[in-house]
Design a protein around this ligand. Structure first.
Ligand SMILES: C[S@@+](CC[C@H](N)C(=O)[O-])C[C@H]1O[C@@H](n2cnc3c(N)ncnc32)[C@H](O)[C@@H]1O
Length: 189
């Protein structure tokens, strides 16, 4: 669903970020569907995730288009300072790996604030949050609080969830920057 909603923007994007590389599926989607001269940067704190992502990209000969970084997405500003057209967050832990290595409230909010500040006009962010585990519950709450507080004259934020599923199904947020005003977040971290 996130990929479907973003695909039109991805087709025209120049600079894209996968903030949680994981198994590489979103990085592959961004690399495959963006223009040939676009650049994708993908972050993950786990070496295993970076290796998996690299393997997947190699299979499709897309390694050159994606810069893989083993570091927290909270540090993205140490790697570039340019407008981001599309960013994807798929929060939580790597499927079939250690559940204790999961995205954390504080670093997720720090990354989201930095990306909001760098988002190009017309740029979009997708965030998939999983509130069914303890850290995910807090993280989703913080993400929702931050996104709800965004000025509506600059951003439009939508939220999509499966309302007939039990056990805390994932929640998808889509943020679009509608106007060119500068944005500096004042939300609490
Ligand atoms: C649900 S998985 C991502 C799935 C991935 N988007 C895909 O398409 O396969 C979440 C990933 O976030 C990573 N992660 C956790 N904390 C992080 C952080 N602070 N910065 C970057 N990645 C982080 C985990 O290591 C895990 O691989």
């Amino acid at each position: 669903m996130a990929q479907q909603l973003l695909s039109d923007k991805v087709n025209r994007a120049k600079f894209l970020v996968d903030t949680t590389a994981g198994n590489g599926k979103d990085s592959l989607f961004l690399a495959q569907n963006s223009p040939i001269d676009a650049m994708v940067w993908s972050f993950d704190v786990q070496q295993a995730a970076i290796i998996k992502t690299k393997e997947l990209l190699s299979k499709y000969s897309l390694d050159d288009k994606v810069k893989l970084i083993i570091d927290s997405h909270a540090n993205i500003d140490q790697y570039f300072n340019r407008r981001i057209d599309v960013a994807m967050f798929n929060l939580g832990y790597l499927p079939n790996a250690q559940h204790k290595i999961t995205t954390q409230c504080q670093s997720t909010i720090a990354a989201l604030q930095k990306i909001l500040g760098l988002l190009s006009t017309g740029g979009v962010i997708s965030i998939i949050a999983y509130s069914g585990h303890q850290e995910g519950y807090l993280e989703n709450k913080a993400v929702q609080e931050l996104l709800t507080s965004l000025p509506s004259n600059i951003f439009t934020v939508g939220c999509w969830s499966m309302i007939n599923h039990s056990n805390n199904p994932p929640i998808l947020y889509i943020v679009e920057k509608m106007r060119g005003e500068a944005y500096e977040s004042t939300a609490p971290q």
